[in-house]
Design a protein around this ligand. Structure first.
Ligand code: GLN
Length: 282
């Protein structure tokens, strides 16, 4: 078979199974076929009428079957691009999302020169490792409760040549008592409400990275409560949250004594990150 024949054969099946637009399904077929063949999409387009060898075709068939069963493309490829770098991902970690780049941009804006930053629930490590690579002058620590996820994050740090510290454990409890305070704490915690119908579409990703109590804010509350004790005067807390959490997050931060509290919208115009800083004493 040729790449063109495969596209013709599989396009309708894939777009129907996953309710994808034809353009999206075509892209995915090319990505999976390219991965099986070890070539990029430009090669596939240039060679669309070439007969393909049997072994990579079988590999492609297996990938397509898993995709049709709902596995995210990132798990099939074992990697996902985030902030211009490729991160290794497995089903033990949430697939990095483009929305989360907003969180990183804001963290880079708020992190002072030679500052110290903490990433809570690092997962693949995409936030902490990006900070460490973009700001090698800063000290970055990352915390993660899942041992499997922590191992993925550590592999990513090695693969991308980032220098940062990793601690296993739950939120602030993971930090040794003598840890110095931070200029910035950042997190993309689990924030989907337990009964949310949206969770079904995320069933292949780790539930503990997604769901957080009846309103999706259990972990956010723990983070906001714990953060002041670990922030230097003037230090920033910023975290990602659900589309309808903005106001509740701002209230939480204000109640916990944070200043200049605001919510920033992602490219889709959805309030996605709330931030504030410990009021500096006058
Ligand atoms: N952004 C993810 C989603 O709803 C959720 C990520 C999270 O809970 N941190 O698709």
């Amino acid at each position: 078979m040729t790449p063109a024949e495969i596209l013709r054969r599989d396009l309708a099946t894939l777009s129907a199974a996953l309710s994808l637009e034809p353009a999206g399904a075509r892209l995915e077929i090319r990505v999976l076929l390219g991965h099986a063949l070890g070539v990029n999409r430009a090669w596939l387009i240039a060679h669309e009428h070439d007969e393909l060898p049997a072994a990579p075709l079988e590999k492609y068939q297996a990938l397509l079957a898993r995709r049709l069963a709902g596995e995210p493309v990132a798990y099939l490829l074992g990697e996902k691009e985030f902030f211009g770098r490729s991160f290794h991902v497995t089903p033990a970690v949430l697939v990095p999302r483009p929305e989360t780049e907003l969180l990183v941009e804001l963290a880079l804006e708020k992190l002072p020169p030679a500052g110290r930053a903490l990433d809570l629930g690092t997962g693949s490590g995409c936030i902490a490792i990006t900070l460490a690579l973009e700001r090698p002058d800063c000290g970055i620590l990352a915390v993660e409760q899942s041992a499997e996820a922590l191992s993925v994050a550590k592999q990513n740090a090695v693969r991308l040549g980032a220098r940062l510290g990793f601690y296993p454990g739950s939120w602030f409890q993971a930090l040794p008592a003598d840890t110095e305070k931070f200029d910035l704490i950042v997190s993309n915690p689990p924030y989907v409400a337990e009964g949310d119908s949206h969770l079904a579409a995320l069933a292949q990703e780790p539930a503990e990275a997604l769901a957080s109590g009846a309103d999706g804010m259990d972990d956010i509350r723990l983070i906001v409560q714990g953060a002041p004790a670990w922030l230097k005067p003037g230090g920033w807390l910023l975290f990602e949250h659900g589309w309808d959490h903005g106001e509740a997050c701002r209230d939480l931060l204000k109640q916990a004594g944070f200043c200049d509290v605001e919510t920033r919208a992602d490219l889709a115009g959805i309030g996605r990150v709330t931030l504030g800083h410990v009021c500096a004493r006058l």
